[in-house]
Structures are given as structure tokens and as C-alpha cells.
Design a protein. Structure first.
Lengths: 206, 206
DNA sequence: TTCGGAACTGCAACGTGTTTCTATTATGAC
DNA sequence: GTCATAATAGAAACACGTTGCAGTTCCGAA
């Protein structure tokens, strides 16, 4: 499932001693493992604490709620994916082709681990205002991934995408998230999701 | 599961004696009142039972979980709105104008009671597979409302909308729901929501 | 009217997210 | 190396969704 991340010295965002970073990593690893094995309900705070080898109070010191924990796990998952995939430009000759390619890949990836996806998606959707920060991180990741796909070769690191492109990316990510929710709750098949997204992308990018 | 019942005269959907319909109504009233006063967290099953003047076990007999309860409340809210608004054709000369009109109205309505909207929206998003039936009802209500707006005067009761129109309606309702979630979680202002929806509608309907 | 089963009440109990508290351990300044 | 402070462990307790159960009431059929 996960490639182990080296006990690296520098994380993206600083924050804490090596021991603390290690605890944080262990906690997120345990969260993802439990989510992957049994979905949202299997991510029980006592179980996460035990598997990460920290006390329950410590878990809550790092993540103030189960939802914070799962949304952070989602952010890290995206981050890891981006690190691996984000190197080479997205294949495809038109914006729709590229966006459809990327979403198809991402969707397949998530559907490959239904339990994990269920846990992360439901947490994301259930989050309330107190999780705004973590949610925002994920939102930015999504927007970046999509504007990058829209621009294709023309994309340059660090450049602000146009308002138009951001608006389009947001619409597409809304549809994608809703489709994932439908799939997670058993209201739509994998094929339904793929079709629906493709339709939406074609409607929006033309 | 019900065989015929003699007593009751007419409800929309059969189901139960007058006393049972009354209990169901009281429960949903209590749910909406509590949600309106304190949002999702304030809808506590014991409190709902007490306010509806039924035993806790009875509440669970009518609605097998808090999520079922809240999604059913959402369905009834929509239904009530439709009954009131659904008479006259939607004003506006183009599909986008009509859809924007309807969504603007609906959004304003929901934003007028932030707590209630928070409760209903979060429940809808958190629902798992066991709530599929109730969710489907709400989905149909949304689709109907939107295809009706798209067609405008051309809409005729009972006629199946085209696949194209349904696909468009689904994209728009995805965006609308996501926007509501953003608003509920404090990540977007009322104005943001209006702008985002308008952008999406213009993109999709052209 | 009487009877049998379904529906309802009241209440206790359980599971899991969350909080709280004390004792212990790690960390960093001096 | 010593000490003050922060971080952690361990465990109990609380809150609320949910379940289970014994006794009571309601309702339709005979």
C-alpha cells in the first residue's frame, strides 16, 4: 500500500522535533492502515493510538478529533501521490483529455482501496468549520492538480492559474467529490462515476 | 411490508394509521426545530424523542439512525418547498437564467437558517449505504427541480427529461451541494457560493 | 366483547469519540 | 549536570448514538 517515507530530516512544513515528526507519521500510518482494513468505522481512536504506540491523550494532542485525523491522512495521501506523479506533464492533447486522464487515474487509485476511500471521503464531507484549515489544504491540492492538467505543457511551476481556470477546476473537483461520495455510498458504480465525470468535464471544458 | 390498512383515508404515500402519521410528523417537526436552534449537534436522539413526545425506542422504530432522521427531514423540507413553489413555471428567458434564479432562491432560503442547513447538509453528506433510499429521494427532488428549471415553459409534468438535461442537472446539483458544504463549514461566504454557482451554471449551460 | 400480536414506554446498558487528571519522562536553557 | 517546563503515558470518566428488554397500551379480527 504505502511506500514508506524515509525518516527524512526536512518535512514540507517544519513543525516539531524528530521524535514528534515520527509520532505524527506513525499516527497517520496507523490511521491509513486501519481505514484501509475496515473503513471509517474501523478507525477507532483507541485503536489508532495503540497501533501507533502512543497514548490516547497524545493522539488527541496531535489531532484534535477523528475528523481532523482523517482529513490530515487524506492530505498526506494526496501529497504522496503528487510527489510521485507530479513530475512529468500530464499526457493528452487537449484540456479535457488531460483532465479526464488524471481523474480516471485518481479514481481508479481510490477505488482500488474502497475502505480507505470510504473513510477519507466521508471524513472530508463530514468535516465542520473547525477543520477548515485541513480542508483548505486538500482543496488546494485538488485545484493545483486540475489546473496543472488543464494547462498541460503550458503549465509552469509557481505561476498563478487564471481565474477562469480556477473556476473550472473547482467545478470539476466538486463533481468529482460528489461522484466519489455516490460511489462510496453504493449509489453509483465505478462505471457510473467514470461516465459522470467524463460528461461533466466535456460540458465544462469546451 | 405493509398489508392493507383500513383506517386511514389518504396520505401521499399510504404508510400507517393516523396516529402513526402524526407521530412521524411530530418527530420530524422536533428534528427540524432542534436542528434550527443548534445545528447537527443539537439534534440529539433523546432530545428529539422527548420533544416529539415519544419514547426513544419508538423514535428508532420510525428512523433507524440519526442520519436517516435528518435526511428524511431534508426530504420533507424539499417537499414542502416544492409544494409551495412548484406551481408556477420558473421565470427567466433562458435555461441559465432560470436555473440561476431557482438556485439563488433556494440558496438564500437555506442560508436564512444556517443551523438547519448545517444539520441537513452534513447528514446528507455523511450518509452511508444504508441511507441509500432516503438519499435517492432527495436526489430525485433535486434533479426534478433542476430539469424543470432548464426546460422552463416547455416542461410538462410527468414527461421524462432528456439524458442530456439530466446529466446537466446532476452536474449542477453536485456543484450546488459542494458549495453548500463550503458555506456550512465556513470556507465560503454567501457571496462566494452565489458566484461559484453562477459560474458553474454558465459553464455548463451554453 | 374478547383476544393476540404489534406498537409504545421507560429504562438500563453498551460502544466509541472526547475530556480530564496524575504520575512519569523527555527537552532545552543555564 | 540541574532544573523548569512541556510532552507523554495510563487510566478513569463523560456524552451521545444505539441496542435490548420487561411491562403496558393500542388496534384489528373474530
Amino acid at each position: 500500500m504505502r511506500i514508506l517515507t524515509t525518516t527524512n530530516s526536512l518535512t514540507t512544513d517544519d513543525l516539531g522535533s524528530a521524535a514528534q515528526r515520527d509520532r505524527r507519521r506513525r499516527i497517520l500510518d496507523a490511521t491509513i492502515a486501519l481505514a484501509s482494513s475496515g473503513g471509517f468505522d474501523a478507525v477507532q481512536m483507541r485503536a489508532v493510538a495503540e497501533q501507533a504506540d502512543v497514548a490516547l491523550g497524545t493522539l488527541y494532542r496531535y489531532f484534535p478529533s477523528k475528523i481532523h485525523l482523517l482529513v490530515s491522512a487524506l492530505a498526506r495521501t494526496f501529497e504522496d501521490t503528487q510527489t510521485i506523479v507530479g513530475r512529468k506533464p500530464v499526457p493528452g492533447d487537449t484540456p479535457s483529455e488531460r483532465v479526464i486522464y488524471v481523474l480516471r487515474r485518481a479514481t481508479r487509485g481510490m477505488q482500488g482501496d474502497a475502505n480507505l476511500t470510504e473513510a477519507l471521503t466521508r471524513a472530508f464531507m463530514f468535516a465542520d468549520a473547525s477543520v477548515a484549515t485541513e480542508i483548505h489544504v486538500v482543496g488546494m491540492q485538488l485545484t493545483t492538480m486540475l489546473t496543472r492538467s488543464i494547462k498541460g505543457e503550458a503549465y509552469v511551476e509557481g505561476e498563478q492559474p487564471s481565474d477562469e481556470d480556477v473556476a473550472i477546476a473547482r467545478v470539476i473537483s466538486d463533481v468529482w467529490l460528489s461522484a466519489l461520495v455516490s460511489w462510496v455510498t453504493g449509489r453509483a458504480s465505478a462505471e457510473d462515476v467514470a461516465d459522470h465525470i467524463e460528461t461533466a468535464v466535456r460540458l465544462v471544458l469546451r
